[in-house]
Design a protein around this ligand. Structure first.
Ligand SMILES: Cc1cc2nc3c(=O)[nH]c(=O)nc-3n(C[C@H](O)[C@H](O)[C@H](O)COP(=O)(O)OP(=O)(O)OC[C@H]3O[C@@H](n4cnc5c(N)ncnc54)[C@H](O)[C@@H]3O)c2cc1C
Length: 431
């Protein structure tokens, strides 16, 4: 029942525009990652044998990108998806709004996976993982549904060129690295963030992509002393003018080249060289209460009459290496006795420990690419290019990205499902 409701919601999203010219139609999906496989399942299911659905994948197998997600566990979605967390939020809200079914509170992506047989559980911050705790179980349900509905996997087929129809109702021509050419009546471009630019037809604006959602490289004079130390705090990202661009709470992992951890990954989406990270090492103490907190601590130590160096003052509050870095930042020699006047620079260093951003730390760890096809060129109800009827662009190939938490895969599935249904609807309603 739930699946039927979802399909009905999709049906409203694709006003058919191509003239029907008879024969078995073919939908070519370029890219067998998250968005491409979701598109293949939804298109083949809706077409019910009335259309050829073929996934062309450059790799020797489909879904390798899915297996790498969530450290092999696949944080495939979030229990509470909010379009506001996405880049190009308005477009995403319009697209997810089409997916949402007014008759049910169940998220349509979750309904899609429930219909495929996936069982999952919720972890912190609404992150959803397959119950089997393996990304392979997500891929398994997708591939077996594809096989059951008759979608075909064509692996080791790297598309290198896409020619759009020269007249309404004409066919797309896809050229592959081995020189072969295939034809299709509609195309879903699902190549991820790396190669969409090479295949998108002229006339669809597309920006260069850069890796984000990964560690940040910073000035190394400080972090080289802190390698592999984790602190739990709050982090702000400030531009060169001091304006705070973004803020995250969570764990920060120092590396000899910079910083890592989920909070940093999320900030990396907005970071540019020359920005500063400001780490709040005492997040439980409000900024205007920090000096008071340190004075009270100083008095408590003084009550015992023990000699108190600045380093000893921070013992029990920070790890020794972090304490030394804070004292260095405050311009205070560690071994000197703590004085009342030290409290102000210490409070400043503790509440906003600064690191200068130099760029992305390790591109291989980045989870998404920012940039891609300009969403303004697409109909959010169908993901179809306004200028090229029959061409759908989905997943990371569009200029959409989101923080960690299952949101990026959620977008890949949602946009893939939507485009697959829309592509099928355009042919079905004519036959
Ligand atoms: C290490 C890592 C961990 C991640 N963990 C998570 C997570 O837990 N949760 C989450 O929400 N997101 C996660 N992500 C992000 C998520 O994987 C992506 O947002 C998502 O896979 C994008 O889906 P997509 O289908 O657009 O692209 P992809 O999944 O990258 O698929 C693109 C496919 O197209 C193929 N392809 C490319 N070019 C061509 C061509 N010219 N011809 C034919 N085929 C081609 C590729 O081989 C690939 O199979 C992670 C990413 C990484 C790198």
């Amino acid at each position: 029942m739930r699946g039927a409701q979802v399909r009905n919601a999709f049906r409203t999203c694709a006003p058919p525009r191509l003239p029907y010219n008879g024969g078995m139609k073919k939908l070519a999906i370029i890219g067998g990652g998250a968005a491409g496989l979701a598109a293949a399942v939804s298109a083949a299911r809706d077409a019910a044998g009335g259309m050829d659905v073929v996934v062309y994948e450059a790799d020797e197998r489909v879904g390798r990108s899915i297996l790498a997600t969530g450290n092999g566990r696949c944080n495939f979605s979030n229990a509470r998806v909010d379009a506001g967390v996405y880049r190009n939020a308005e477009f995403v809200a319009a697209a997810l709004g089409v997916l949402a079914d007014a008759d049910t509170s169940v998220d349509p992506v979750h309904a899609f996976f429930a219909d495929l047989g996936l069982v999952w559980r919720e972890e912190g911050e609404g992150r959803l993982y397959p119950l089997a705790n393996k990304a392979s179980s997500v891929l398994d349900v997708l591939r077996s549904a594809m096989a059951d509905f008759g979608a075909v996997e064509a692996c080791e087929r790297r598309a290198v060129r896409l020619d759009v129809p020269e007249r309404p109702g004409g066919r797309f021509h896809i050229r592959f690295a081995d020189g072969a050419v295939e034809h299709a009546d509609a195309v879903v471009l699902a190549t991820g963030g790396r190669t969409a630019r090479e295949l998108l037809p002229a006339g669809i604006p597309v920006s260069a992509t850069r890796p984000v959602l990964g560690p940040l490289r910073t000035a190394t004079d400080v972090v080289k002393h802190l390698n592999n130390i984790r602190v739990r705090g709050a982090v702000s990202l400030a531009g060169p003018d001091g304006r705070v661009k973004a803020h995250e709470a969570g764990e920060v992992l120092f590396r000899d080249y910079g910083v890592s951890g989920i909070a940093v990954f999320n900030l990396s989406r907005f970071a540019e060289a020359g920005d500063r990270l400001l780490i709040d090492l005492l997040p439980q103490v409000p900024e205007d209460g920090c000096a008071g907190f340190l004075h009270a601590r100083r008095k408590r130590f003084a009550a015992d009459g023990r000699p108190l160096s600045r380093e000893a003052f921070l013992r029990g509050m920070l790890l020794p290496a972090v304490a030394r870095a804070v004292l260095r930042e405050a311009g205070l020699a560690p071994e000197a006795p703590l004085a009342k006047r030290d409290v102000a620079p210490l409070a400043a260093a503790l509440k906003a420990f600064p690191l200068e951003v130099r760029g992305i730390g390790d591109e291989r760890q980045c989870q998404v690419r920012r940039g891609g096809a300009d969403v303004a060129a697409f109909d959010p109800r169908t993901l179809e290019a306004c200028a090229v009827p029959g061409l759908y662009v989905v997943g990371e190939a569009l200029d959409v990205d989101a923080p960690c938490g299952g949101y990026n895969l959620h977008w890949a599935w949602a946009s893939g499902i939507q485009a697959g249904c829309a592509a099928t609807a355009r042919f079905h309603e004519r036959s």
